[in-house]
Design a protein around this ligand. Sequence first.
Ligand code: SF4
Length: 485
Amino acid sequence: MAEVKTREFVSASDSAMKDASLRRALRQVGGGFNEARLEAIEEVSWETWEEWREEARRTKIHALENLDYYLELLHDRVTAAGGHVHFARDASQANSIVAEIARSRNVKIATKSKSMVSEELDLNQSLEANGVEVYETDLGEYIIQLAGETPSHLVAPALHKTKEQVSELFHQELGVPLTDDIEEMARVARRVLREKFLSADLGISGANFLVAETGTLVIITNEGNGRLCTSAPRIHIGITGMEKVIPSLQDLAVFLRLLPRSATGQRLTSYVSMVTGPRRNDDEDGPEEFHLVLVDNGRSRLLADPDLREALYCIRCGACLNICPVYGKIGGHAYGWVYPGPIGAIVSPALVGLKEAKDLPHASSLCGACREVCPIRINIPRMLLHLRHRLAESPLETENATTTGERQAAQAYSWLMSNPAALSAAAKVGRLVQKPFVSGGKVSKRVPLPLVSKWTGGRDLPALPRQTFREMWAQGLESVAELRE
Ligand code: SF4
């Protein structure tokens, strides 16, 4: 499985916020995606958009509630079309299945189209350890493979890189001249990758959707690489999470409308590839063998959890990342695992363990923008709050989530807020104590505030007002004017 660095979230976010070029890239790309998304929705009308969202959500709920049935149907249809289906319990089993297919067929070179699940499994590393050269063929993925990095966004993996950085990378790794012409860089990548497509024995793809009734794997891309990976080599392996299954081709239609509009503001992506089994006798091209690897790797656990199951409805459009004020400041790498942003803050703790990723549910202002933009209306804030609740409630020895000091402070706060007399007395004492340190309505930063110093390090701490609301209320409403002063 991919290396888990979620424990470093706080320090990694701190470094990311100091990276000016990352902040610039995030502003430009995120803002562009958001505007394009809004235009694409307005074109079809908000009413229609809401109907589509409702339909997609209904389909996802139905598919996951009947997942056992649809997985079996998918298995039967893929097999009937001449393909092979493999179920992988975890990352290590999934990697072994792919490695064994490659070893037994003497595969030396593999081309890969974009797949977040393969990132989750660290499939490239596993194949390379088994003597297979693996080439990412999505342009963004190719860039980060050359750079030895991981994706920082669900749909734009190299979003954190500027064109100057990519040019420098191509210059160093491929020996081509420096350029600021993006099309020229794309031409270079195309030239290099074309050779790999022609020499690869194995093509690996992910899947955006799996259609149970026909046994079809659906990939939607903007580059032709997905289609080349699935048709040029003699073997095609599709590898994806088991939650991608939907019942029928008719159900697919609404997702084909929602996903590109939510991701990049496109009406439709440039390519929609639908793969059903290997090449048939009268087909002109296509692979001789087709394998579908369905990965669990913690998804059954998520499915069995009524409070978090909703996270499996995600179609990885990235809209919640583009709108998130936290992702917009720190980018994807700070989250420390494959899935970044608001949905990553739920999926990562669910798949790698809450103890390992205890900071992620707190990486949100709970503004609710992610839920607003989600094409499947996934209630991300509710699940984040739920995870915070679990962290606060879980026994210290199992989750090590909250310190004794934090728990005592929360208990004291809870007691104070539910005892009006004590609150009023505390406010009076606080006003007296703060007096020498208040200026312009704020407490001076010179005052040591051990419990809240991290918060006040970057923000002003407003002074306690001269009167509490209760005191003003008792005196009459005219005093409220003073509150505004
Ligand atoms: S949670 Fe919703 S908005 Fe975020 S990536 Fe998934 S489908 Fe898109």
